[in-house]
Design a protein around this ligand. Sequence first.
Ligand code: SAH
Length: 348
Amino acid sequence: MKDIKSMTLNELTEDLKTLGEASFRGAQVYSWLHRGVTDFGQMSNLSKPLRRKLAERYEITAPKVARKQVSRLDGTIKYLWELGDGNCIESVLMSYRHGNTVCISTQVGCRMGCKFCASTVAGRVRDLVPSEMLDQVLFTQLDSGREISNIVLMGIGEPTDNLDNVLRFLDLVNSPEGLNIGMRHISLSTCGVVPGIDRLAELGLQLTLSVSLHAPDSETRSRIMPVNNAYDVEELFDACHRYFRRTGRRISFEYAMIDGVNDSDAQADLLARRIKGMPGHVNLIPLNDVVESAFKPSRRIAAFQNRLESHGVTATVRRSLGGDIDASCGQLRRKAQEEANRERGEQA
Ligand code: SAH
């Protein structure tokens, strides 16, 4: 059966035409799907025979809420979704004064191997298809009753490692007949896969590119991020400068502050030198303690920030939300897996 929600409006319209349907049918079905309807039987402006025909041909994906945690501190909601094949992924809904942002996953697991990250501990299981990314937005909105205005691709997975599906998802979520979320309200985060950055630059999308940098020198970066062995810091910054020249868009550099690893003044100086020539923005992130990792949060965040700003580089410290609900990426999925393993162990 065909995954109907991964189809663009054009594709759907063409497909329905081959079934002998008028061209406006595509838009009707598309609109139901993008409002989160999961059963052709509910598409009340279609004839019953057509509804049956569609149900025979297409499948409508719909994740189940496997777990939901609501922060008592700030209302952040973390969802653990169970997909059609039983795999689980996470999304996080954060509410700010300027609107509601959902952080979505792009893969089941991740194969990038960053040493401080919970998402990658057990590797990558599979890519998500476009409908599964769209569903995270749709069903977060439906379940929470909060209208989503912004999307960040910063959950589990590396977006550039599943770029075709991600681009199709962007197309879907951006479409006026669907959720109509503008590219300027979408951020895509990468651990630094240079061909992916170049491809995005070529496309000239108006989204915000975030680069998970975490260290300005290759010696340190290779130690914590294996991707640096494929594309080192210099190649990465060359790609970032190309991206800026091509799109005119400011890049956001994510920088998790790790005690004694990447928080020295010399590293702040080097980071500022590398950014020079483009309007980069550094987002300093207090490291989330991940049980599996030996790294500890830095105590030099303010000093590092001041040092960057003394070089004219803007730097902000990310406000931490959902501290009481395992809100950082991969943590809830790991926890659920471990609990399941423990249960299986106890039964055996
Ligand atoms: N793979 C993409 C998308 C994931 S975004 C990327 O790497 O950009 C998730 C962000 O959280 C990344 O910037 C990642 O480096 C960061 N991160 C992962 N583990 C973290 C931790 N323990 N503390 C703080 N930030 C972390």
